[in-house]
Design a protein around this ligand. Structure first.
Ligand SMILES: Cc1ncc(COP(=O)(O)O)c(C=O)c1O
Length: 365
């Protein structure tokens, strides 16, 4: 029996068919989220391997709540709290699990969850697991967000707002006014910093850092190790009470094996590397942003460059053209985005000359 025949045919007809491919190493990678090239950093890899071999256990063995919590998890959590100015933090298996942990456990019956329409699929899915009233506001529309919070100010117990620091597909930043609006309405603010951590801000810590925002007890930062940090996994930072609550209520924290020790160690050394080299990294990012502005006239606030396409077919053709020239780029279509884009990630470890070639091809398509 072909149980999924008609669905797969419909996806193909719409030019939305996806499949995993083995990555062709000969292509220059403008497609992944390895913004700083740290997934290819031999020094970090060697340090991590040496540290890993010195551990007592090589696997994390169980959930953090049983006995899967290791020294290295604790050390990384402390480093993250210190560098980001949060009271407490917890490492989670992945960004997907972190969003499920937050949305499902925090937003209970009688609460309200207000989410930007461009929030990551993991948050959107998790909002459907929540018993709270869920409202979606138009992307970065602060007037609509404020209206929702005002109208529901006295009718809902906890009000939770969820945004991304830098949006994964459009590459733009969350409006900093959201910080004030949430404070005014005593709302909890969750910021998914998957694409802003390591890329924006004076200390490359992300959106809070970029906007110089004071961290208070209603602020939560969630970010991943799978992007700028070149590893895998995620973390949540917040008040001591929030982290204790997650240890008691968040199912992916309680019922899922702790993040692998190697990934944790790799993230630790990546963060140390970023701290040590932040001036150089910031300069390189600025140079890339200036080049993009010069060639395409586009302001790119972080390291995500979306190029709008007229159709799914045109998107795939553009991707193929760039691939033939030796470059891997993302061809992002619905349902990930409303209208298709070529998504270019100008990683800082790629020579500027190559970026210029890609941008010139894009200009001429
Ligand atoms: C904004 C955002 N949040 C969460 C995630 C999920 O993170 P992870 O890949 O660690 O599960 C992603 C990953 O693609 C993302 O882009």
């Amino acid at each position: 029996m072909n149980y999924f025949d008609s669905e797969l045919k419909a996806i193909k007809r719409a030019n939305r068919f996806r499949h995993r491919k083995l990555y062709d190493d000969t292509l220059t990678d403008f497609a992944s989220n390895d913004f700083l090239g740290l997934a290819q950093n031999k020094t970090i890899a060697k340090k991590s391997a040496n540290c890993f071999l010195k551990q007592h256990n090589y696997g994390s063995k169980s959930s953090m709540i049983v006995n899967g919590y290791h020294d290295i998890h604790h050390k990384l959590e402390k480093l993250l709290c210190r560098t980001n100015g949060f009271e407490s933090g917890i490492i989670v298996g992945s960004g997907f699990l972190a969003n499920i942990s937050l949305f499902e456990s925090m937003a209970r019956r009688g609460d309200m969850l207000v989410v930007d329409e461009s929030y990551h699929a993991s948050g959107m899915m998790a909002s459907r697991l929540s018993r709270a009233k869920v409202e979606i506001f138009a992307h970065n529309n602060t007037a609509q967000l404020e209206r929702i919070l005002r109208q529901n100010h006295n009718t809902h117990k906890r009000k939770i707002v969820a945004i991304e620091g830098v949006y994964s597909m459009s590459g733009d930043m969350a409006n900093p006014d959201i910080y004030d609006i949430c404070n005014r309405y005593e709302a909890i603010l969750i910021v998914d910093e998957a694409h802003s951590s390591g890329v924006v801000g004076e200390n490359l810590n992300g959106w809070f850092d970029y906007n110089n925002l004071k961290i208070k007890s209603n602020h939560i930062k969630m970010a991943t190790f799978g992007k700028a940090y070149g590893s895998y996994g995620a973390y949540i930072l917040g008040s001591r009470q929030l982290i204790s609550y997650l240890e008691n209520r968040a199912k992916p924290v309680i019922y899922s094996t702790a993040l692998s020790l190697f990934d944790t160690i790799y993230a630790y050394y990546s963060i140390k590397h970023i701290q040590k080299n932040k001036q150089k990294i910031r300069d390189k990012i600025k140079q890339i942003q200036a080049t993009t502005k010069e060639i395409l006239g586009i302001n790119m606030p972080a390291l995500i460059l979306p190029i709008n396409q007229s159709s799914n077919r045109a998107t795939i053709q553009a991707q193929n053209k760039l691939q033939k020239a030796g470059f891997a780029v993302g061809a992002i279509r619905q349902p990930t985005v409303k209208t298709p884009i070529i998504r270019i990630i100008p990683k800082i470890n790629i020579k500027l000359a190559k970026l210029k070639v890609v941008l010139d091809i894009i200009k001429n398509i």
